[in-house]
Design a protein around this ligand. Structure first.
Ligand code: NAG
Ligand code: NAG
Length: 324
C-alpha cells in the first residue's frame, strides 16, 4: 500500500510547491500616486485603467498605449469613492461624492472635471457617512456601499449596501455594514462576493442575474488571526475567469488569490507597500492585475503607488459600464 501511494503523494507535493514560487512581476505605473487610491476599473474601449484618489476628490486614468497617467480634480468636490464609465457616453462617469452618486463630465485629459447632475443620494441624515467602493454587476447595475468616515466605523455599523438600476429606485441590499468594500460577480457560478472590511471576511451570496437579487450569505474566506490586532483587513476584490477571487488587504502588503469554493489560498501576491486597497484585471489581454494602494497614516514611499502585476497566468473580466 505504502509504496503504491508514494508517487501520488510526491506529485501533489510538487504541485503545492510550484504554486507559491510562481514568478509574477510587480511594477509601478508612471505618475500613478494617489493618497488613497481606490476603485480600479478597466475600460476596454479606451484601453485605460480608471481609478480614484478618494480623499482628494480626484479621478485618474492610466492610458495603456501611451503608458501615461492623467489626473483630474472634480470641481467643488473633496471625495470621490469610485469612478464608473457610463454606457454610451464617452465623457460621463458615475462617481461617489460623499453620499451622492453624481455624473461627472471628463474628457480623460483635462485637469478639471465637472459634476453635471446628481443621480441619487443615500442616507441624507448620516453626515458622518460617505460612499465607499462601488461596481457594476455584469448587467450594468450599480452596487455601491457606505461607511462612517470619522474613525469609528469598526464600532458604529451605520454603513449600507445599495443596488441601483436604470429607471429604478435605490434598493437596500444590506444594512449593518461597517465598511462596505470589495464586490465581485461570477456568472458561471451564479455568485456575488462581498467584503465588509470590519467583518474580516469575504461572503458569497447566491445571485440572480435577471433580478439583481443576492441571497443566502455564507462566509467563504476568513482573514481573522489568533490575536485581533493581527486580523487582516480585506479591502477591494476582483475575480478571474476560473472563478478565483483576489482579495486586497489594507494592512497586509498582500493580495490573496483564493478559491471561493474551498476557501483555500492559491497564491499570495506580495507588494512593496502595506496598504493594498483594490485590484482589477486589465490590459489588452485582460491578464494584467492592476493594484491601487494608499499612503494613509504616514506610510513611507512607495505607498500610494499604483502597480501592475504580470505573469500571473490568469485572466479577468473587463469593467462593465453603468447603464443609466
Ligand atoms: C512606462 O513608463 C515608465 C516611466 O517612464 C517606464 O519605467 C516603463 O518602462 C514604461 N513601461 C512601458 C510598458 O513602456
Ligand atoms: C420609486 O420611487 C418613487 C418616488 O418615491 C415612487 O413613486 C415609485 O413608486 C417607486 N418605484 C418603484 C418601482 O418602487
Amino acid at each position: 500500500m505504502q509504496s503504491k501511494l508514494t508517487p501520488l503523494v510526491t506529485f501533489t507535493f510538487l504541485v503545492t510547491l510550484c504554486i507559491p514560487t510562481m514568478s509574477y512581476k510587480v511594477e509601478p505605473l508612471p505618475d500613478s500616486y494617489a493618497g488613497l487610491g481606490e476603485g480600479p476599473h478597466w475600460d476596454v474601449a479606451r484601453q485605460s485603467l480608471y481609478y480614484v484618489d478618494l480623499e482628494a476628490g480626484s479621478l485618474l486614468r492610466y492610458d495603456y498605449k501611451q503608458n501615461k497617467t492623467y489626473r483630474t480634480q472634480i470641481e467643488g468636490e473633496t471625495l470621490a469613492g469610485f469612478v464608473l464609465p457610463v454606457e454610451g457616453n464617452a465623457q460621463e462617469f458615475a462617481v461617489g461624492c460623499g453620499r451622492r452618486v453624481v455624473i461627472v463630465n471628463w474628457d480623460g485629459i483635462s485637469p478639471v472635471a465637472k459634476v453635471v447632475r446628481t443621480l441619487f443620494e443615500v442616507q441624507p441624515d448620516f453626515e458622518a457617512n460617505r460612499l465607499n467602493d462601488a461596481k457594476t454587476d455584469p448587467r450594468g447595475r450599480l452596487f455601491a456601499g457606505t461607511m462612517r468616515y470619522i474613525g469609528d466605523e469598526f464600532t458604529h455599523r451605520h454603513g449600507e449596501l445599495y443596488r441601483w438600476e436604470a429607471g429604478g429606485n435605490v434598493t437596500l441590499v444590506k444594512s449593518d455594514v461597517g465598511i462596505s468594500n470589495g464586490l465581485a460577480w461570477d456568472e458561471k457560478a451564479k455568485k456575488f462576493y462581498y467584503i465588509d472590511t470590519t467583518d474580516y471576511e469575504v461572503k458569497s451570496y447566491d445571485y440572480n442575474f435577471d433580478t439583481g437579487v443576492a441571497s443566502n450569505p455564507k462566509v467563504i474566506y476568513n482573514l481573522r488571526k489568533t490575536s485581533p490586532k493581527d486580523h487582516l483587513l480585506p479591502d477591494g476584490m476582483t475575480i478571474d475567469t476560473e472563478g478565483n477571487i483576489y482579495v486586497a488587504t489594507f494592512n497586509g502588503a498582500t493580495i490573496y488569490k483564493v478559491n471561493p469554493s474551498t476557501g483555500k489560498v492559491l497564491l499570495e501576491i506580495n507588494l512593496p507597500t502595506k496598504q493594498i486597497t483594490s485590484v482589477a484585471f486589465g490590459g489588452p489581454n485582460l491578464d494584467i492585475l492592476y493594484v491601487t494602494t494608499a499612503a494613509k497614516f504616514d506610510q513611507p514611499t512607495p505607498a500610494g503607488t499604483t502597480y501592475k502585476v504580470t505573469g500571473l497566468n490568469a485572466k479577468g473580466y473587463p469593467g462593465v459600464s453603468l447603464k443609466i
